[in-house]
Design a protein around this ligand. Sequence first.
Ligand SMILES: CN1c2c(nc(N)[nH]c2=O)NC[C@@H]1CNc1ccc(C(=O)N[C@@H](CCC(=O)N[C@@H](CCC(=O)N[C@@H](CCC(=O)O)C(=O)O)C(=O)O)C(=O)O)cc1
Ligand SMILES: N[C@@H](CCS)C(=O)O
Ligand SMILES: [Zn+2]
Length: 745
Amino acid sequence: MSQIGATVLGYPRIGPRRELKRAVEAYWADQISADELTTTAAELRASTWQELARRGLDSVPGNTFSYYDHVLDTATLFGAVPERFQDTGLSELDRYFAMARGRPDLAPLELTKWFDTNYHYLVPELAPDTRFTLAGRKPVDEFEEAMRLGVRTRPVLLGPLTFLLLAKPAPGSPDGFTPLKLADSLAECYIELLEQLHEAGADWVQLDEPAFAADRSAAELCALRDVYARVTAATNRPKLLVAGYFGDPGPALPILAESGAEAVSIDLVSAPELAFELSEMPGLRTKTVVAGVVDGRNVWRTDVDQALSRCAAMAGSVGELAVSTSCSLLHVPYDVDAETGLDQDVRARLAFARQKVDEVVELNRALQSGASANHKHQTTSARRASEPIDEQKRRRAPYSEREHAQRARLGLPSLATTTIGSFPQTPDVRRARADLRAGRLSESEYRRRMRAEIGRVIRLQERLGLDVLVHGEPERNDMVQYFAEHLDGFATTEHGWVQSYGSRCVRPPILHGDVSRQAPITVEWSSYAQSLTGKPVKGMLTGPVTILAWSFVRVDQPLAQTADQVALALRDEVADLEQAGIWIVQMDEPALRELLPLRAKDRKEYLSWAVGAFRLATAAAAPGTQIHTHLCYSEFGDVIDAIDGLDADVTTIEAARSHMQVIDDLRAAEFGRGVGPGVYDIHSSRVPSEDEIAKRLIAALHVVPPERLWVNPDCGLKTRAYAEVEPALRNLVRAAARARGGQLA
Ligand SMILES: CN1c2c(nc(N)[nH]c2=O)NC[C@@H]1CNc1ccc(C(=O)N[C@@H](CCC(=O)N[C@@H](CCC(=O)N[C@@H](CCC(=O)O)C(=O)O)C(=O)O)C(=O)O)cc1
Ligand SMILES: N[C@@H](CCS)C(=O)O
Ligand SMILES: [Zn+2]
């Protein structure tokens, strides 16, 4: 049987030119048939396997393809389809997409972020009566498909424990039910699947268990031991590689070391100290340890000497040593070579997925030959920013004084209505930007079109009767990339797409050096919008933590220091907006929760610098300038104190999807400033009724006094269409008016 040798834990699947995104979206729009979609998918899989084999991997991961999300794939594979999606009369493929995206009459599964990355998965819903069955053949079919092309893959499956730990109890489940209670029945299905893969000729299967990089209870660790005892005891099965990543698996590692699995992989990028601790785990002496020395989540070339010395440290403690990436390469773009516009110095320091495959192969070769490679790649610049000054993180007046000054200046009503910033990015707007990039449109014509769009957005908001207007962000391709394109110290890519969720992708900027701002970035657009209306226009900025969270960051200085550099640049932007007569500035921090360390012991330090960076960016604002912040995409209950610590005058926060759960969190924290719990779920095309919004306002008014309650959607409207946005906002404004008039009871 083959050894693992050089491998990667997973690979991007959207296609080097986003072929899958385009095909899936065309299928949804009825522009191509299911057959055409499956053909594109098969072509993408084939080219991935062939390329990975050609580049010299000894073990090629399989089953890394997904039409939407690998957690959803796992749920459907094991028959965990919530009742509302059964008997719909839909084809298997359409039912799968309905679970992901919903239908007018069917709520989708909840979407949430994958550990501390910018990828989002669909949350399986499990109930006490969920009966797992092996309902599909995807991993087996794809294994056989690859075999026909001459590649024996190593099918990658989401591990049973991580699957259960990522799931949530289905609505209506009794108190005390946890998905983990279904472990026995799920283990049986894994055994059946492993038998099928064995029969098909798979010699290795990878089971991903990243959930153990977070704090886990004794019961969860026990379940890990029991399930793996059961699964590994199966007789007709391939060898098992259990992959832990995104951090130190802590007490899970000795359990896996003593289990019957033939291999474990460890993430030596996030937990390099593990390389020196394996000697304490005798169970590993008979196992293959897959050393995750090539960073699967960042884009810097690997320091070969450092990687080899980590491998060398493990040599005496393990059976076989294999070389790999720290995690799946899902989180990095395909190919540096496609980026012809990048600065040469920056480019020379980068490795995307393809280059990382080459690095793994090269490292494994060096390891086998016992040679120490003499390549040295300095990952990032070593320049240092000046120390942040604590006084710069405090506003000039306490909230009570600021509230007074802002009330006098802005004269807003109770339950003031606003939106979160972006309005629909219409095909015309996106096309104009594509034309600008391609040189088909001049810079001045592009600006003229964006101003025309801003004019339309302002007129619409005036017609609807909103109180605080926005310019609509038409000029932004993305809320982080746009700022990166205007700041020194960042590089941006042309083709560096990474899947964020489903067919949606982002191009994370590359933060490679010291960050600074040469000139105002947003002032021109916000002041143009303000010139068109007598109502206040909110300036719109992305906060330092979110800019870091959604970029590839330098690793040669602490993140806290980089955050303060970004914050100082934004601080200048806030000052310029004030200077231009913008009295309300929103600094979005949707990713504040996203960077929260997986282990509780590391959180205090993170929250301290993250909150500090936000304050550094905003605190210089005059007391009469109203600072808003906006948070979304997460549940914020466990960071509510940090949100309070941001000291923003108004916090708008996603709430509609979580049934206004945030209201209870705010009550518990005695949150004493302006708050806008989102009353309209912008993730769905459904138009919320006036009554429904009014009910949400009633719930909020139990906790927040009317003069501090803001009425707004959950998040920006960029992914929606005007046909939905206009009636939804009309209902929102009407519901607020009813509430102001006390007509809610
Ligand atoms: C809020 N979220 C974000 C995250 N990370 C970010 N960096 N940004 C975010 O907004 N993480 C958490 C969440 C994730 N959510 C989303 C939501 C929506 C998207 C999304 O819609 N992505 C778009 C791409 C956006 C973009 O960069 N647009 C560019 C390029 C557009 C493009 O593809 N152009 C075409 C030509 C178009 C034409 O001719 O009509 C082309 O180049 O081929 C732009 O507007 O200029 C997506 O389509 O996937 C992502 C994450
Ligand atoms: N201002 C941004 C925030 C998104 S989280 C928007 O409205 O799209
Ligand atoms: Zn948002």
